[in-house]
Design a protein around this ligand. Structure first.
Ligand code: SF4
Ligand code: SF4
Length: 355
């Protein structure tokens, strides 16, 4: 049987060859950060994201105990892929007629790209174990696994969990997609990444909706990323102004992070912005037809908010633009057949008329 440390080395080499920027190994254990996950769910901070609350037959939160959800798993291989592109940050642009789509959603949907690379790592590990007659079970996940990825990313040494709740790597910053490969092998674990946030509070101070209710604690109900992507129906009125010009996700707490100041850019073609998605025109999004939405966002993460969701978000952003040139567009949208879009447009129209 090969040394487990040899297999650990092989796995990391395979991850690099597959195109990942970082890879590390975490043991399966009940990390203290997972206790907070229970409190977070109990406090209702997950909003309407019911999948976060999935429980097993014994009533345990699946994401809080990998030991129970996948009893054969002994190690978690966490791989990270840099998606930063050489483009400005949202905090550097200021055009009242244009909105902001989160950086991660400018190019192709990352799920397929990350999964393909994970499969390549899995295949190499399986080959090695077959050759050496080592029994092995594996499973790959991109976002959908019964685990809180960032907690395992920390224990795999990929990065620390910042006060903005994102994984931060000292060299690469936080523009990272994570993929995990569970294995039945007790691979040699890496050391957890030390917290380098120090006394900084820039992300907390910059969050326009006060979603970072305390360091390392996010209330999704107040987070623009949740509100513009996951939340269905109308967005509560009292938070609409704070959404500003964001139309899909929000990058602010990462844009202001000092560790992202010199984050390297990837040349990967699949993450470069599609035409029109970097700082998109608000009236184009708000008045987009269903067909154009399907066409423009085929194979894009933006599909998650759906056609009506994107138009709702664009109408709210228009309301925050203080730009009266949008009034004719809002007039049309106020009569939209989608009642959520129409209501958001009426709110926006009233707001613009007041300014
Ligand atoms: S993504 Fe935006 S709204 Fe959410 S915590 Fe960060 S800055 Fe606040
Ligand atoms: S902005 Fe400061 S506190 Fe927030 S994640 Fe970055 S380093 Fe940590």
């Amino acid at each position: 049987m090969p040394q487990l440390s040899q297999l650990s080395t092989l796995v990391k080499k395979a991850a690099r060859e597959a195109g990942f920027d970082l890879a590390g190994i975490a043991p399966v254990h009940d990390a203290p950060e997972l206790n907070y996950f229970h409190e977070w769910i109990a406090a209702g901070h997950a909003g309407e994201m019911k999948y976060m609350e999935a429980r097993d037959e014994a009533g345990r939160l699946k994401r809080a105990s990998l030991r129970h959800a996948v009893p054969w798993a002994r190690s978690v291989i966490v791989c990270a892929l840099n998606y930063n592109t050489a483009q400005p940050y949202s905090t550097d642009v200021n055009d009242s007629q244009r909105g902001w789509i989160s950086r991660y959603a400018w190019g192709e949907d990352y799920h397929d790209a990350v999964m393909a690379k994970l499969r390549a790592v899995e295949q190499q590990l399986q080959q090695e174990c077959t050759d050496k007659e080592v029994e092995l079970q594996t499973r790959c996940y991109v976002d959908t696994g019964p685990l809180v990825e960032r907690v395992y990313a920390k224990y795999a040494g990929v990065g620390w969990i910042g006060k903005n709740t994102c994984i931060l790597n000292q060299k690469l910053g936080s523009w990272l997609f994570l993929g995990v490969l569970l294995t039945s092998l007790e691979l040699e674990p890496d050391l957890p990444a030390p917290d380098r946030c120090g006394t900084c509070t820039r992300c907390i101070d910059a969050c326009p909706t006060d979603a970072l209710i305390a360091p390392y604690q996010l209330d999704a109900n107040r987070c623009i990323a949740y509100l513009t992507i996951e939340k269905r129906g109308t967005i509560p009125e009292d938070i609409r102004e704070g959404i500003g010009l964001q139309v899909f996700g929000c990058d602010i707490c990462q844009d202001v992070c000092p560790w992202n100041r010199k984050a390297p850019a990837t040349s990967a073609q699949e993450f470069q912005p599609r035409d029109g998605l970097l700082n998109p025109a608000l009236d184009w999004l708000a008045e987009m037809t269903a067909e154009e939405f399907r066409e423009k966002f085929r194979g894009s993460a933006v599909r998650r908010t759906k056609h009506g969701g994107l138009r709702r978000n664009a109408a709210i952003a228009i309301g925050n633009s203080s730009d009266a040139r949008f009034l004719p567009s809002l007039h049309r949208l106020s009569e939209d057949e989608d009642p959520v879009v129409a209501e958001s447009a009426r709110w926006a129209k009233e707001k613009l008329e007041r300014t």
